[in-house]
Design a binder for this molecule. Structure first.
Ligand SMILES: C[S@@+](CC[C@H](N)C(=O)[O-])C[C@H]1O[C@@H](n2cnc3c(N)ncnc32)[C@H](O)[C@@H]1O
Length: 215
């Protein structure tokens, strides 16, 4: 599915978020606490926007994904960043080999969320950071009403216009089955993080969780 949508992915991101997704990525990078001299891994990097934001903060970045079509787009955008094939559930990187690992709009697609989070924790050194940027379901009206209209009606319609109704019908269902923020924090703790905090933005539609790898 991700190979199929790679060509329209950036355009759809811009349309569906009114361009706000880049600001959310910047917040995620701040929470990753990287800078010059840091090594960061962006898991499920897709077309690479979060990897680019990490690089712009001064980090040495590797982006990885299991969709070759997504990786091709990312490489075209930033030939200076190594974009590598990897399965998030079985990363090929050594233990403790990064100062931070991030995932943007990717975790809800992991076939085994616990395993994916544990892999991110494994490859980050003790004291390093793991950040998860994800769409979440707002609980209270009016945002919950808007969210439901947007995701259940508008997004599938936009997907049909973009030529891939299945992919953009999958998006709302993947968001709905993803754990709510408190539950995700519990899963991050189980994966080996401490000091877990999260921020909600975009009226509660976007959650950015971050934690520190336990020593
Ligand atoms: C919605 S896109 C997000 C892309 C990008 N991180 C962003 O912020 O726009 C989800 C990405 O997760 C990737 N993905 C999903 N499960 C994966 C897995 N198990 N291993 C590697 N990549 C995965 C898909 O190939 C896709 O590129």
């Amino acid at each position: 599915m991700f190979d199929r949508i790679a060509g329209v992915y950036d355009l759809m991101n811009g349309v569906m978020t009114a361009g706000m997704h880049q600001r959310w990525r910047e917040r995620a990078v701040e929470l990753a606490r990287v800078g010059s001299g840091s090594r960061a891994l962006d898991v499920a990097t897709g077309t690479g926007d979060l990897a680019l934001a990490l690089r712009d903060a001064g980090a040495e970045v590797v982006g990885c994904d299991f969709s070759e079509a997504m990786l091709t787009r990312a490489r075209q955008k930033a030939p200076d960043i190594p974009f590598e094939w990897a399965d998030a559930l079985e990363l090929q990187y050594d233990d403790d080999s990064f100062d931070a690992a991030t995932v943007g709009f990717g975790a809800r697609n992991f076939a085994d969320l616990g395993k994916g989070l544990a892999e991110m924790v494994r490859v980050v050194r003790p004291g390093g950071r793991v950040v998860v940027l994800e769409i979440t379901t707002p609980q209270k009206p009016p945002l919950s009403t808007f969210f439901s209209l947007w995701f259940d009606r508008a997004v599938p319609t936009i997907g049909r216009l973009a030529g891939d109704p299945d992919a953009y019908a999958y998006l709302p269902s993947s968001v709905k089955r993803f754990p709510e923020p408190g539950e995700l924090a519990a899963q991050l703790a189980q994966a080996g993080l401490t000091d877990i905090r999260w921020i909600l933005t975009a009226g509660g539609i976007i959650a950015i969780h971050a934690g520190t790898v336990a020593s």
